[in-house]
Design a protein around this ligand. Sequence first.
Ligand code: NDP
Length: 233
Amino acid sequence: MTTEHPKTALITGANKGIGFEIARQLAKLGYAVFVGSRDINKGKHAAQQLCDRGFEATFIQLDVTDPLSIKQAAGTFSQKADHLDLLINNAGVLDDHGEDILKLNVELLNRTLTTNVTGPIMVIQDFLPFLQKSHAPRILNVSSELGSLKTMRAYSPAYSISKTALNAVTRQFAGALPGIAVNSVSPGWVRTDMGGRNAPLSVEDGAADIVWLATEAPRSETGKFWQNKREID
Ligand code: NDP
């Protein structure tokens, strides 16, 4: 790692959407970004786009549902950097748009939980040694307002339940890791493949609050669920 770019960030699901924009904004702030993507071609292309703009970006193949892929990603990371300042668990799926729990397919629920909940747990576990070598480590789990128990409606149950569980994961790691700021954050409703074209927010706006929480919020803030730079649940 060069001395000009001592800070490192790994973003899962960074080949497109909010994840790519988080990577772009962090790279612009001087972070050496690791672009996680389960797809080699998409991931390499995304990292190359950042390199072409003069940023320091490295592709890391990482499927958050595959324990071996995560371990291999940690091995690849260890060859490129000795510490990790920011881990952003951004990869996620929404496969039950608008359905209700009376018709919930439990296999779909399990698949959603595997990506949105088990995945971040495994990624944190395997990248923890690198986070513990950072002077100011942070973990951000990209959640959703649909995961808020205060405002949740009977809508997209698998996704909503998974994001509520992700917020619980945040609390658990925050309690277990007093030296690391661990938070959940909702980007709002953002125009991406997942959010659709009618969403009010651009990816730039959706990523901006996440980047604020990752770089500017006091590190004493931990175990919380944020939206619009304030705790919401
Ligand atoms: P996109 O669908 O545009 O991007 C999702 C990303 O996650 C893609 O890079 C996708 O990879 C990746 N991904 C999915 N499954 C896996 C996996 N098993 N392993 C690794 N990567 C995976 O969604 P957004 O950018 O909109 O969403 C990003 C995050 O923000 C998600 O966690 C989502 O729940 C959250 N969010 C989004 C909102 C919105 O309005 N857009 C609102 C609230 C929360 P691939 O290209 O290979 O499919």
